[in-house]
Design a protein around this ligand. Sequence first.
Ligand code: SF4
Length: 333
Amino acid sequence: MSIAGVSCILGEVSMPDHLKCMLAEAPCGISPSVLEVITRPNLEREGVVFSPSSIQGCHRQFVLKGRHEWYIPVDKAWPSARGTIFHHGMGKLPAPEGTIGVIRELRMFAAIDTEFGEQQFSGQIDEILLMRVEDDVLHVRITDWKTKSDIPHSMIEPERRHLYQINYYAWLVTEALRHYLDNWDTIERNPSSLLSLRQAIPEFKSVRVEEISVSYLAGNKIRTFVSSRLLSVRGKMKGESSLGRDGQMHWHKYVPEEYEALELMPIHMFQLSYIEGLLRSGIEAQIKAQTEIAAPLVGDDAQLMCGGCPVRMRCIELGCNQGYDMSAQRGAC
Ligand code: SF4
Protein backbone atom coordinates (compact mmCIF):
# COMPACT_ATOMS: atom_id res chain seq x y z
CA MET A 1 0.00 0.00 0.00
CA SER A 2 1.08 3.59 -0.15
CA ILE A 3 0.55 7.15 0.97
CA ALA A 4 -3.16 7.92 0.58
CA GLY A 5 -2.99 11.59 1.52
CA VAL A 6 -2.43 13.82 4.52
CA SER A 7 -3.89 13.92 7.98
CA CYS A 8 -4.33 17.55 9.02
CA ILE A 9 -6.81 19.87 10.70
CA LEU A 10 -9.42 18.72 8.15
CA GLY A 11 -8.91 15.09 9.13
CA GLU A 12 -7.77 12.54 6.55
CA VAL A 13 -7.60 14.17 3.10
CA SER A 14 -6.77 12.36 -0.15
CA MET A 15 -3.63 13.48 -1.96
CA PRO A 16 -5.52 15.05 -4.95
CA ASP A 17 -7.77 17.01 -2.55
CA HIS A 18 -4.76 18.07 -0.48
CA LEU A 19 -3.02 19.40 -3.60
CA LYS A 20 -6.10 21.44 -4.52
CA CYS A 21 -6.56 22.73 -0.97
CA MET A 22 -2.92 23.73 -0.52
CA LEU A 23 -3.18 26.35 -3.31
CA ALA A 24 -6.72 27.42 -2.45
CA GLU A 25 -8.11 27.92 1.06
CA ALA A 26 -5.35 26.01 2.97
CA PRO A 27 -6.91 26.41 6.43
CA CYS A 28 -3.79 24.92 8.05
CA GLY A 29 -1.88 28.12 7.20
CA ILE A 30 1.22 26.16 6.18
CA SER A 31 2.84 27.52 3.03
CA PRO A 32 2.72 25.33 -0.10
CA SER A 33 6.53 25.28 -0.20
CA VAL A 34 6.72 23.79 3.28
CA LEU A 35 3.88 21.37 2.52
CA GLU A 36 5.87 20.20 -0.49
CA VAL A 37 8.85 19.39 1.72
CA ILE A 38 6.56 17.50 4.10
CA THR A 39 4.76 15.49 1.48
CA ARG A 40 7.08 14.90 -1.45
CA PRO A 41 8.70 11.48 -1.54
CA ASN A 42 12.35 11.69 -0.62
CA LEU A 43 13.97 11.08 -3.98
CA GLU A 44 17.40 10.97 -2.40
CA ARG A 45 16.32 7.79 -0.59
CA GLU A 46 15.49 5.95 -3.80
CA GLY A 47 17.07 2.50 -3.77
CA VAL A 48 17.72 2.66 -0.02
CA VAL A 49 16.49 -0.35 1.92
CA PHE A 50 18.87 -0.53 4.87
CA SER A 51 19.94 2.68 6.57
CA PRO A 52 20.40 3.93 10.14
CA SER A 53 16.78 5.10 10.22
CA SER A 54 15.39 1.82 8.84
CA ILE A 55 17.45 -0.24 11.27
CA GLN A 56 16.69 1.96 14.26
CA GLY A 57 13.08 2.64 13.26
CA CYS A 58 10.04 0.54 14.08
CA HIS A 59 10.06 -2.60 11.93
CA ARG A 60 6.39 -3.13 12.72
CA GLN A 61 5.56 0.30 11.32
CA PHE A 62 7.56 -0.44 8.17
CA VAL A 63 5.50 -3.58 7.47
CA LEU A 64 2.16 -1.98 8.36
CA LYS A 65 2.89 0.95 6.05
CA GLY A 66 3.51 -1.55 3.26
CA ARG A 67 0.23 -3.39 3.95
CA HIS A 68 -2.15 -0.47 4.45
CA GLU A 69 -2.86 2.93 3.01
CA TRP A 70 -1.66 5.65 5.36
CA TYR A 71 -1.78 9.42 5.72
CA ILE A 72 1.14 11.79 6.34
CA PRO A 73 0.55 13.54 9.66
CA VAL A 74 1.21 17.14 8.57
CA ASP A 75 1.51 18.82 11.99
CA LYS A 76 3.80 16.16 13.38
CA ALA A 77 5.97 16.23 10.26
CA TRP A 78 7.14 19.82 10.79
CA PRO A 79 10.22 19.10 12.99
CA SER A 80 11.54 16.70 10.41
CA ALA A 81 10.72 19.09 7.51
CA ARG A 82 12.50 21.89 9.37
CA GLY A 83 15.56 19.60 9.58
CA THR A 84 15.37 18.90 5.83
CA ILE A 85 15.21 22.63 5.01
CA PHE A 86 18.11 23.36 7.34
CA HIS A 87 20.21 20.58 5.83
CA HIS A 88 19.67 22.02 2.36
CA GLY A 89 21.29 25.25 3.57
CA MET A 90 24.16 23.59 5.44
CA GLY A 91 24.80 21.36 2.44
CA LYS A 92 26.01 24.35 0.41
CA LEU A 93 28.67 25.63 2.80
CA PRO A 94 32.23 25.61 1.41
CA ALA A 95 35.19 23.83 3.01
CA PRO A 96 36.55 25.44 6.18
CA GLU A 97 40.05 26.88 6.11
CA GLY A 98 42.81 24.49 7.17
CA THR A 99 41.17 21.43 5.62
CA ILE A 100 41.82 19.77 2.28
CA GLY A 101 38.12 20.02 1.61
CA VAL A 102 34.67 18.92 2.62
CA ILE A 103 32.05 16.52 1.35
CA ARG A 104 28.47 17.29 2.24
CA GLU A 105 25.27 15.25 2.10
CA LEU A 106 26.84 12.38 0.18
CA ARG A 107 24.70 9.26 0.12
CA MET A 108 26.96 6.23 0.15
CA PHE A 109 26.34 2.51 -0.12
CA ALA A 110 28.52 -0.33 1.19
CA ALA A 111 28.01 -4.08 1.03
CA ILE A 112 27.60 -6.14 4.17
CA ASP A 113 27.31 -9.94 4.47
CA THR A 114 24.25 -11.23 6.30
CA GLU A 115 22.53 -14.59 6.74
CA PHE A 116 20.31 -13.46 3.83
CA GLY A 117 23.28 -12.84 1.56
CA GLU A 118 25.05 -9.59 0.74
CA GLN A 119 22.98 -6.47 1.43
CA GLN A 120 23.65 -2.79 0.74
CA PHE A 121 23.77 -0.52 3.77
CA SER A 122 23.31 3.17 3.00
CA GLY A 123 23.66 6.48 4.77
CA GLN A 124 23.77 10.14 3.82
CA ILE A 125 26.42 11.91 5.83
CA ASP A 126 25.99 15.59 6.61
CA GLU A 127 29.65 16.55 6.67
CA ILE A 128 32.93 14.78 5.99
CA LEU A 129 35.93 17.02 6.56
CA LEU A 130 39.02 15.91 4.64
CA MET A 131 41.79 16.80 7.07
CA ARG A 132 45.12 15.52 5.73
CA VAL A 133 46.89 12.55 4.16
CA GLU A 134 49.56 10.85 6.27
CA ASP A 135 51.29 7.58 5.38
CA ASP A 136 48.82 7.01 2.53
CA VAL A 137 45.88 7.37 4.88
CA LEU A 138 43.25 10.05 4.39
CA HIS A 139 42.17 11.32 7.83
CA VAL A 140 38.60 12.58 8.02
CA ARG A 141 36.17 13.93 10.60
CA ILE A 142 32.46 13.36 10.28
CA THR A 143 29.57 15.32 11.74
CA ASP A 144 25.86 14.73 11.94
CA TRP A 145 23.71 17.85 12.40
CA LYS A 146 20.50 17.57 14.39
CA THR A 147 17.93 20.35 14.60
CA LYS A 148 16.13 20.55 17.93
CA SER A 149 13.50 22.81 19.49
CA ASP A 150 15.45 23.15 22.70
CA ILE A 151 18.69 21.92 24.28
CA PRO A 152 18.27 21.48 28.04
CA HIS A 153 21.23 22.08 30.39
CA SER A 154 20.85 18.47 31.51
CA MET A 155 21.91 17.27 28.04
CA ILE A 156 25.54 16.33 28.58
CA GLU A 157 25.71 13.44 26.14
CA PRO A 158 24.13 12.73 22.74
CA GLU A 159 20.91 10.77 22.41
CA ARG A 160 21.61 7.05 22.27
CA ARG A 161 20.21 6.59 18.73
CA HIS A 162 22.38 9.46 17.46
CA LEU A 163 25.46 7.93 19.08
CA TYR A 164 24.86 4.72 17.13
CA GLN A 165 23.95 6.55 13.94
CA ILE A 166 27.22 8.48 13.80
CA ASN A 167 29.13 5.27 14.51
CA TYR A 168 27.29 3.57 11.62
CA TYR A 169 28.44 6.45 9.43
CA ALA A 170 32.03 6.00 10.60
CA TRP A 171 31.88 2.40 9.41
CA LEU A 172 30.35 3.45 6.07
CA VAL A 173 32.95 6.18 5.46
CA THR A 174 35.81 3.81 6.27
CA GLU A 175 34.40 1.20 3.89
CA ALA A 176 33.23 3.30 0.97
CA LEU A 177 34.66 6.83 0.87
CA ARG A 178 37.74 5.95 -1.11
CA HIS A 179 35.60 4.40 -3.85
CA TYR A 180 33.46 7.56 -4.06
CA LEU A 181 36.45 9.90 -4.17
CA ASP A 182 38.33 7.78 -6.71
CA ASN A 183 35.30 7.85 -9.01
CA TRP A 184 33.88 11.28 -8.21
CA ASP A 185 33.56 12.37 -11.83
CA THR A 186 31.93 9.19 -13.06
CA ILE A 187 30.01 7.78 -10.12
CA GLU A 188 26.25 8.32 -9.91
CA ARG A 189 25.59 10.46 -6.84
CA ASN A 190 22.56 11.93 -5.11
CA PRO A 191 21.78 15.48 -6.36
CA SER A 192 22.53 17.32 -3.10
CA SER A 193 26.03 15.87 -2.62
CA LEU A 194 28.80 18.44 -2.70
CA LEU A 195 32.59 18.22 -2.82
CA SER A 196 34.32 21.50 -2.04
CA LEU A 197 38.11 21.42 -2.17
CA ARG A 198 40.70 23.95 -0.99
CA GLN A 199 43.50 21.94 -2.56
CA ALA A 200 43.94 18.74 -4.56
CA ILE A 201 43.62 15.58 -2.49
CA PRO A 202 47.03 13.85 -2.25
CA GLU A 203 47.17 10.17 -3.22
CA PHE A 204 45.93 7.85 -0.48
CA LYS A 205 45.20 4.15 -0.03
CA SER A 206 42.72 4.06 2.83
CA VAL A 207 40.49 6.25 4.96
CA ARG A 208 40.57 6.69 8.71
CA VAL A 209 37.80 8.44 10.64
CA GLU A 210 39.74 10.26 13.34
CA GLU A 211 36.79 12.04 14.92
CA ILE A 212 33.02 11.72 14.99
CA SER A 213 30.67 14.37 16.26
CA VAL A 214 26.97 15.04 16.72
CA SER A 215 25.99 18.69 16.71
CA TYR A 216 22.58 19.74 18.01
CA LEU A 217 21.29 23.05 16.67
CA ALA A 218 18.46 24.80 18.48
CA GLY A 219 17.04 28.29 17.93
CA ASN A 220 19.39 29.90 20.44
CA LYS A 221 22.33 27.53 20.93
CA ILE A 222 24.50 24.79 19.50
CA ARG A 223 25.72 21.83 21.51
CA THR A 224 28.31 19.54 20.00
CA PHE A 225 29.64 16.23 21.25
CA VAL A 226 32.95 15.04 19.84
CA SER A 227 34.81 11.77 20.22
CA SER A 228 38.23 13.28 20.70
CA ARG A 229 37.78 15.35 23.85
CA LEU A 230 35.67 16.51 26.73
CA LEU A 231 34.11 19.88 26.00
CA SER A 232 33.23 22.47 28.59
CA VAL A 233 30.38 24.86 27.74
CA ARG A 234 28.24 27.46 29.45
CA GLY A 235 25.56 26.00 31.69
CA LYS A 236 22.88 27.81 33.66
CA MET A 237 23.19 31.54 34.25
CA LYS A 238 24.08 32.30 37.86
CA GLY A 239 22.09 34.66 40.01
CA GLU A 240 20.44 35.09 43.37
CA SER A 241 17.07 35.86 44.86
CA SER A 242 16.44 38.92 46.96
CA LEU A 243 13.49 40.67 48.51
CA GLY A 244 11.99 43.28 46.19
CA ARG A 245 10.16 46.51 47.03
CA ASP A 246 6.88 44.66 46.50
CA GLY A 247 7.77 42.33 49.39
CA GLN A 248 8.22 39.35 47.01
CA MET A 249 11.41 37.36 46.37
CA HIS A 250 12.82 37.97 42.87
CA TRP A 251 15.61 36.19 41.07
CA HIS A 252 18.15 38.33 39.25
CA LYS A 253 21.29 37.49 37.36
CA TYR A 254 24.74 38.51 38.51
CA VAL A 255 26.25 41.51 36.77
CA PRO A 256 28.55 40.91 34.97
CA GLU A 257 26.90 37.69 33.84
CA GLU A 258 28.25 34.40 35.23
CA TYR A 259 27.48 30.87 34.12
CA GLU A 260 27.85 27.40 35.56
CA ALA A 261 30.40 25.27 33.70
CA LEU A 262 28.94 22.25 31.94
CA GLU A 263 31.18 19.35 30.97
CA LEU A 264 30.04 17.41 27.92
CA MET A 265 30.86 13.71 27.71
CA PRO A 266 33.08 12.71 24.78
CA ILE A 267 31.11 10.69 22.25
CA HIS A 268 32.12 7.05 22.23
CA MET A 269 33.69 5.71 19.05
CA PHE A 270 33.04 1.98 18.79
CA GLN A 271 35.32 -0.59 17.17
CA LEU A 272 34.46 -0.91 13.49
CA SER A 273 34.05 -4.70 13.86
CA TYR A 274 31.48 -4.14 16.62
CA ILE A 275 29.55 -1.66 14.46
CA GLU A 276 29.62 -4.05 11.54
CA GLY A 277 28.10 -6.73 13.79
CA LEU A 278 25.33 -4.34 14.85
CA LEU A 279 24.59 -3.42 11.25
CA ARG A 280 24.46 -7.08 10.26
CA SER A 281 22.02 -8.00 13.03
CA GLY A 282 19.94 -4.85 12.38
CA ILE A 283 19.60 -5.69 8.68
CA GLU A 284 18.74 -9.31 9.48
CA ALA A 285 16.08 -8.17 11.97
CA GLN A 286 14.61 -5.82 9.37
CA ILE A 287 14.42 -8.63 6.80
CA LYS A 288 12.85 -11.05 9.29
CA ALA A 289 10.27 -8.44 10.27
CA GLN A 290 8.83 -8.65 6.76
CA THR A 291 7.69 -12.22 7.35
CA GLU A 292 7.19 -12.31 11.12
CA ILE A 293 5.71 -8.95 12.04
CA ALA A 294 7.75 -7.36 14.83
CA ALA A 295 6.35 -6.77 18.31
CA PRO A 296 5.15 -3.26 19.20
CA LEU A 297 7.77 -0.90 20.62
CA VAL A 298 8.11 -0.45 24.35
CA GLY A 299 9.79 2.03 26.72
CA ASP A 300 11.72 5.02 25.37
CA ASP A 301 11.43 3.83 21.76
CA ALA A 302 7.63 3.75 22.02
CA GLN A 303 7.62 7.16 23.62
CA LEU A 304 9.77 8.57 20.85
CA MET A 305 8.12 6.98 17.83
CA CYS A 306 4.53 5.88 18.49
CA GLY A 307 2.98 9.34 19.02
CA GLY A 308 3.65 10.43 15.43
CA CYS A 309 3.26 6.99 13.85
CA PRO A 310 0.93 7.14 10.83
CA VAL A 311 -0.20 3.51 11.31
CA ARG A 312 -0.65 3.66 15.08
CA MET A 313 -4.36 2.72 15.00
CA ARG A 314 -3.60 -0.28 12.77
CA CYS A 315 -0.81 -1.25 15.12
CA ILE A 316 -3.10 -1.06 18.15
CA GLU A 317 -5.85 -3.04 16.43
CA LEU A 318 -3.39 -5.75 15.41
CA GLY A 319 -1.61 -5.72 18.78
CA CYS A 320 -4.88 -6.26 20.62
CA ASN A 321 -5.64 -9.26 18.42
CA GLN A 322 -2.13 -10.55 19.09
CA GLY A 323 -2.62 -10.20 22.83
CA TYR A 324 -0.08 -7.41 23.42
CA ASP A 325 -0.44 -4.71 26.05
CA MET A 326 -0.81 -1.62 23.83
CA SER A 327 -0.73 1.02 26.55
CA ALA A 328 2.67 2.31 25.28
CA GLN A 329 0.90 3.08 21.99
CA ARG A 330 -1.82 4.84 24.01
CA GLY A 331 -4.40 2.25 23.04
CA ALA A 332 -6.67 0.09 25.15
CA CYS A 333 -7.92 -3.32 24.03
S1 SF4 B 1 2.51 2.65 16.93
FE1 SF4 B 1 4.63 2.40 17.60
S2 SF4 B 1 4.96 0.19 17.74
FE2 SF4 B 1 3.14 0.53 16.52
S3 SF4 B 1 3.87 0.51 14.40
FE3 SF4 B 1 3.81 2.63 15.09
S4 SF4 B 1 5.87 3.09 15.86
FE4 SF4 B 1 5.63 0.86 15.74
